[in-house]
Ligand binder design. Structure first.
Ligand code: ADP
Ligand code: MG
Length: 452
């Protein structure tokens, strides 16, 4: 039935919309007469309620439902990792303890998100050490660093990197067994195994692998029985030179109530962190994402998005989705203004962040003059005025200090201050300058379409 619903939906919306919104949805089955769909985040949940509820109800009606009901549920992060975009929904997880085939690369793929590969991982100064370590481990599992411990805030690519190692090993060393598990499922598995008296099977499952990926290990905190069991799992694998990769939101020393013997083991190998991505890395990630989803979106729009969302990559992708959805629902082409509007519920327009180079470019376009000439040494009024306006707007619209602005223009800070004072005096008095400053300011804040 879910396939039929998707078929109906697909016929009624654009391809881009379908891929953006429906491909990642997970069918959670029917609960109390309502079709429950799992979505990635609360933003998607809200979006579905607002924009797709009726469409989905129509779809169900077309399939004969009398009183169709649909609800949306945000998937926990661990389940999200199991999503297979554009593939049929994954089969229910193997009940813990059922015999697992001794070697099965196809099995591995089932739990690895196909999107989370090394090829799809953008490397930047924020994550290059973690990336290099993961690659080293993938190339010589059990030999390079064991365990590899990756930590960093949520949404920065820890799960992605772990899966990438899994994919790499699956391809490079077919037949190797790989197990990816969140600390939460490990714990649940253990509880079930104890209750149902299946400890041997539990141990076989985790101790017979070549690569064990355990995500969000910080959740071991305070769980004594799980820590005990994990300690033995760890030892068994380690002694057999099997690779272990752990992720956490903090380094081992900061995980409270973690047994000393586990903590010290986590520190045996290599500990590496992932930080928030820099602006350039964020743009590159958005670009890759857009290409992947075959969305043709101008670079400057990606740049605007990258300035809005600075810490979390999952949120960054969410912002891109939002812009894509906004423009397709309103049937308008992508532009900085459209993006600013699409994001304005999440980020107030004042928060639109601009860079010095943007301001310079806009001013240059306004005065119909190459940016380099404005930054150059020319002293004639035709050049000096745009230069002063640019410095004035940069001071107003960015967080840069006078010396920084000076450096950007190859001048000292007192020259910049003089320029700013000059423009300040003239705004409100000189109609031409007033108009220029106002137009440019509006453009830069994304309030006006700069396409025309
Ligand atoms: P974490 O496990 O650290 O919370 P995830 O691995 O789930 O973060 O990453 C969140 C999202 O960001 C995923 O969709 C992932 O593909 C994407 N992502 C993270 N880092 C990168 C990167 N360097 N390049 C491309 N995509 C990335
Ligand atoms: Mg994760």
């Amino acid at each position: 039935i879910w396939a039929d619903v998707l078929g109906y939906v697909r016929k009624n919306i654009s391809e881009v919309e379908y891929h953006t919104w429906f491909a990642p949805v997970k069918n959670l089955g029917v609960q109390e007469g309502s079709l429950v769909l799992g979505v990635r985040n609360s933003f998607a949940q809200e979006w579905f309620r607002k924009h797709y509820l009726e469409l989905l109800e129509d779809a169900l009606r077309s399939l004969g439902a009398q009183n169709p009901q649909v609800s949306f549920q945000v998937l926990p992060a661990a389940q999200d990792a199991l999503l297979l975009p554009s593939d049929p929904p994954p089969p229910p997880p193997t009940p813990a303890g059922r015999a697992v085939p001794a070697s099965a690369p196809v099995e591995n793929r089932k739990v690895l998100n196909p999107k989370y590969t090394f090829e799809n991982f953008v490397v930047g100064p924020n994550n290059n050490l973690a990336h290099a370590a993961a690659l080293a481990v993938a190339e010589s599992p059990g030999k390079a660093y064991n365990p590899l411990f990756i930590y960093g805030d949520v949404g920065l690519g820890k799960t992605h990197l772990m899966h990438a190692v899994g994919h790499y090993m699956t391809e490079r060393f077919p037949g190797k067994r790989i197990e990816y598990v969140s600390t939460e499922s490990f714990t649940n598995d253990l509880i079930n195994a104890i209750r149902e008296d299946r400890m041997t099977q539990f141990r076989n499952r985790y101790r017979s692998v070549d690569l064990l990926l355990v995500d969000d290990i910080q959740f071991l905190a305070g769980k004594e029985r799980t820590q005990e069991e994990f300690f033995h799992t760890f030892n068994a694998l380690y002694e057999n030179h099997k690779q272990i990769i752990l992720s956490s939101d903090r380094p081992p020393k900061d995980i409270q109530t973690l047994e000393g013997r586990l903590r010290s083991r986590f520190e045996w190998g290599l500990i590496t962190d992932i930080q928030s991505p820099e602006y350039e890395t964020r743009v590159a990630i958005l670009k890759m994402n857009a290409e992947h989803n075959r969305i043709d979106i101008p670079q400057e729009v990606l740049e605007l998005i990258a300035r809005q969302v600075t810490t979390n990559i999952r949120e960054l992708e969410g912002a891109l989705m939002r812009v894509v959805a906004f423009s397709s629902l309103n049937n308008v082409p992508f532009s900085r203004a459209v993006a600013a509007k699409a994001l304005s519920n999440v980020f107030t327009p004042q928060e639109v962040k601009v860079e010095m180079m943007d301001v310079l470019k806009q001013v240059a376009a306004h005065y119909n003059m190459p940016p380099d000439v404005i930054r150059g040494s020319g002293r004639v009024r035709e050049v000096v005025l745009p230069r002063q306006v640019a410095q004035y707007l940069i001071r107003e619209l960015t967080d840069h200090s006078l010396p920084e602005i000076g450096q950007f223009f190859g001048r000292d800070h007192s020259t910049v201050m003089h320029a700013i004072n000059k423009v300040t005096e003239q705004v409100g008095r000189e109609p031409e300058i007033t108009a220029a400053v106002e137009t440019l300011r509006r453009k830069m804040q994304g309030l006006e379409d700069d396409e025309n």
